[in-house]
Write a protein that binds this ligand. Structure first.
Ligand code: ATP
Length: 604
């Protein structure tokens, strides 16, 4: 092992400007070779294998950068740091780096559809003139980060010239993967659990030990930080990572149960009942006068909600706090809560102040996870609710939700009916002695919801995995069938549940193609597990809400399928709506939930 590492050091070593031999760490060229291997594989086990080999070559001060680059980013997901260069700007940088016209770059882009491939070709043509590529990952990362942070006058020119400078110093394969970062088109298809699997395989001896890292990951939501801590201090240090103000906690989520009696049976005693509001999940972080807000999938939404920020500053009587809430548009004239379609108008980049006056939000605060420098995650819900009531003063913008404790099914039904009368979605029923379990979806939180036809019934969030070409006169819209799946969070892969064809309007097909054709891939992605082969595979990114009559068993679908048992499938599936950016593919319904729903059918 030692000899091997020594060989790696020599391979990476260079002379610095003073003529001293030193090891600058992994070269970007080496990392790009790994990107290439990751891109080529169709097997998730191979992904883990390649990743753990890559990580074995990475030093402790590089691991965070490598993790972010693997996700096509230069910061953790929750930091709103985007390089944001359009295709035109990247084409201009390529043109400048290789002394060709921008039009020529764009023309080639038009024919191959991927600026990464264009960059590869251009570099290969110019290759003879290039020095041997020794740029360290750190230098590329910091330069890209610098581009992302460039502001003020001459920003565009600075971005183009800095990227052109980098492109002039790297080889073809590096250039291919390099340009995809500013474009945001890196599509290695690696989920966070797969990276954790590779960490566990390399550092803890087995990928199944991922569980040991997950608790900390759910609290800090930053793979780079987990990597760096693991490399520097081992598992103990990772387990010691704590919740921090300013770093989002992965949201606790709900299971579903269809009737009050079953919930009470399951809990075997009292339950804590709160109304279920249908708006945006907003995780509020207060550190003195600095307030940051995060969405359900950990995106920073601070600039979007100045009204909530004002409310927090006025009402939260604590130096530091982390609160969990659901924000909803409210009509101050009629004193009515508005439906989700109205609330969603507040998700915007422009005209924010104007909209905040027109559609002010109220944040229903249902939990508190941190208070004055201390985590409350391990405390019981009952005790957290007490802290919540002591921390929030008044109900001007933030409205605390103390909820109600009961053990009566009749009372739950009453509260449920009351919620519907108020125009709300239903109830969330919680276990009173449960701690806040970041990232967990279990029966400690249960949603009781109504569907439009009056019965208690829930929809399923599916991920589009591909589509099948259609026949007949609607073909011009690309109409055919969608192959859709759900998420298997244990194996970090997407498994099929249905083909959806009927019921989609021409407009919906157009919308699907508009979005899907941008993320077409030429083979089955490594994290997609399917027996069926569609005409076109697409990267698992688009989430749709689907309603079905029934869940059945099926040998052709891979959701929940084992060597001896068939999978699960949807009968008479139909599209309800496209989910917005609040749901990533990994937030789709899980196999475990699907199986729970299947079992509930028989209970009814
Ligand atoms: P999920 O968030 O569970 O994946 P979803 O986005 O489809 O699912 P629902 O299933 O409708 O949402 O319900 C769960 C969501 O309800 C929570 O994520 C949260 O945003 C919202 N919510 C509203 N009121 C509450 C409450 N009192 N306690 C917890 N969550 C609540």
């Amino acid at each position: 092992m030692r000899i091997l590492q020594h060989a790696k050091l020599i391979e990476n070593s260079v002379y610095n400007s003073l003529g001293i031999y030193y090891n600058p760490g992994m070269t970007f060229a080496k990392l790009a070779e790994y990107f290439e291997k990751l891109e080529e594989t169709s097997s998730r086990l191979a992904l883990i294998d390649i990743l753990s080999k890559l990580f074995d070559e990475v030093k402790s001060d590089e691991i965070a950068q490598v993790c972010y680059l693997l996700q096509g980013r230069v910061a953790p997901f929750y930091e709103p740091l985007e390089i944001g260069m359009s295709e035109k700007l990247v084409a201009a940088a390529l043109a400048r780096a290789f002394g060709v016209k921008r039009e020529q770059v764009l023309k080639e882009y038009g024919s191959v559809g991927d600026l990464g491939v264009v960059a590869l070709r251009l570099t290969s043509i110019a290759q003879g003139k290039l020095p041997k590529n020794k740029l360290p990952v750190d230098e590329v990362f910091e330069t890209l980060r610098g581009i992302a942070q460039t502001t003020g006058e001459g920003t565009v020119e600075k971005k183009v010239s800095t990227l052109a400078g980098l492109l002039g110093k790297v080889d073809g394969v590096s250039a291919k993967h390099l340009v995809r970062v500013p474009l945001g088109t890196s599509r290695l298809g690696i989920g966070d659990p797969t990276i954790l699997d590779a960490f566990a395989k390399l550092k803890l001896g087995d990928k199944s030990k991922r569980k040991l890292l997950e608790g900390a990951y759910n609290k800090v939501s930053d793979l780079g930080l987990i990597g760096e801590t693991l490399w520097k201090g081992g598992l103990k240090a990772v387990e010691g990572l704590e919740v921090t103000v300013g770093r989002p906690i992965r949201s606790q989520l709900c299971e579903r149960i269809t009737d009050p009696k079953t919930i009470l049976e399951k809990y075997g005693g009292e339950v804590h009942v709160q109304y279920k509001y249908d708006g945006f999940r907003v995780q509020i972080h207060k550190n003195g006068d600095s307030i940051r807000l995060f969405s359900r999938n950990l995106e920073e939404t601070t600039p979007m909600f100045p009204d909530i920020i004002k409310g927090v500053l006025a009402q939260v009587k604590a130096k530091s706090a982390i609160l969990d809430s659901e924000a909803l548009a409210y009509n101050p004239q009629s004193e009515e809560f508005l439906p989700f379609q109205e609330t969603t108008k507040r998700r915007r980049k422009y005209g924010i102040e104007e909209m905040a006056i027109k559609l002010p939000l109220k944040a229903f605060v249902f939990d508190i996870m941190y208070l004055n420098g201390k985590s409350l995650m391990e405390k019981s819900l009952e005790s957290r609710i007490k802290s919540l009531e002591q921390t929030i003063k008044g109900d001007d913008v933030l409205i605390p939700q103390p909820g109600e404790i009961t053990d009566s099914p009749e009372r739950i039904q009453e509260l449920f009916d009351d919620a519907l009368t108020k125009g709300l979605e239903g109830l969330i029923v919680k276990r009173p002695d449960s701690k806040y379990e970041a990232g967990a979806r279990n029966f400690n939180w249960v949603k009781l919801k109504r569907h439009s036809n009056g019965e208690l019934k829930d929809t399923i969030d599916c991920v589009i995995l591909g589509y099948v070409y259609g026949r007949g006169k609607r073909v011009s819209f690309g109409a055919g069938a969608l192959l859709v799946g759900v998420y298997d969070n244990k194996n970090d892969e997407f498994v099929t549940v249905s083909k959806i064809g009927t019921g989609l309007t021409d407009e919906e097909w157009r919308e699907i193609h508009k979005r899907a054709d941008k993320i077409k891939v030429d083979k089955r992605p490594a994290r997609v597990n399917s027996i069926l082969v569609p005409s076109v595979w697409i990267a698992p990114e688009i989430v749709i809400e689907v309603l079905a009559d029934e869940i059945t068993r099926s040998p052709v679908h891979t959701a929940g399928k084992t060597d001896s048992e068939p999978g699960y499938a949807l009968r008479f599936p139909r599209l309800v709506k496209f989910r917005g950016s609040d749901k990533q593919a990994e937030d789709a319904t899980t196999v475990k939930e699907l199986i729970e729903m299947y079992k509930l059918q028989f209970k009814k």
